[in-house]
Design a protein around this ligand. Structure first.
Ligand code: ADE
Length: 224
């Protein structure tokens, strides 16, 4: 799957994709992630990509020209399944949405800044608007990294244990049960004995009960 991310802060997106699972996915050729500097598409000598809002008010608004130029160039090269705009007023990202997006081939992601982006960009180019939660960040870069991570780990072959994405919290209807590793006793804090019992049916049953308990306590909405 290919991602083209358009941003005024490309440096913010260097590190998230250079480590661990995402880096491995790129090396294996399972995903390609390209970051485009919106300023390279500015049509003025100061490389400005924003301007004052019509009608007045505080904050600058990102202009349509540079986005149109960058998206236009990308679309000349290949077909894109979605053009996603990261915004706090979009649909809230869920595991279901990540699953669905992971079946796509080419996706453009737009990162906004300042007070917002000219509405005409949204009307003309954007096919989906996604929020990563009901809080406001200073730009769309971190949300874009969150979205890409949530999608890439679902691509076939990315996780070494193919079942581990399937057992994630939210992938089923329950949160995950607690997990433990060695030592079995740390300063008197013991691992639940059933996990050391070797009785797989009992372990599965314990995990299911703990998952239910945790979901009931923390996210009863998931059980409704
Ligand atoms: N940009 C700023 N805040 C955001 C959020 N919560 N989700 C997506 N994009 C954003």
């Amino acid at each position: 799957m290919r991602f083209d991310i358009i941003t005024v802060l490309p440096a913010l997106l260097e590190s998230p994709f250079a480590h661990s699972i995402l880096q491995r996915a790129k090396k294996k050729g399972l995903t390609e992630i390209y970051v485009h500097n919106l300023r390279d598409y500015a049509d003025n000598k100061h490389k400005n990509v924003d301007d004052y809002p019509y009608g007045g008010g505080s904050g600058m608004v990102m202009s349509i020209g540079p986005f149109a130029a960058c998206i236009g160039k990308l679309k000349e090269e290949r077909h894109y399944d979605e053009v996603i705009f990261m915004t706090p007023d979009g649909e809230v990202l869920t595991q279901t949405a990540a699953n669905q997006l992971s079946s796509l081939k080419n996706v453009i992601i737009l990162c906004g800044h300042y007070k917002g982006i000219d509405q005409r960009i949204r009307d003309l180019f954007v096919t989906r608007e996604i929020s990563i939660g009901d809080y406001v960040l200073s730009g769309g870069e971190l949300p874009a990294a969150v979205l890409v991570d949530a999608i890439v780990r679902l691509l076939p072959g990315v996780l070494s244990d193919e079942t581990s994405a399937l057992s994630d919290s939210f992938q089923g209807e329950l949160l995950d049960a607690p997990v433990y590793t060695r030592p079995a006793n740390w300063n008197g804090l013991e691992v639940p004995p059933v996990l050391l019992s070797g009785n797989q049916a009992a372990i599965d049953n314990w995990r299911h009960e703990r998952a239910l308990e945790r979901t009931r306590e923390r996210r009863p909405d998931l059980l409704e």
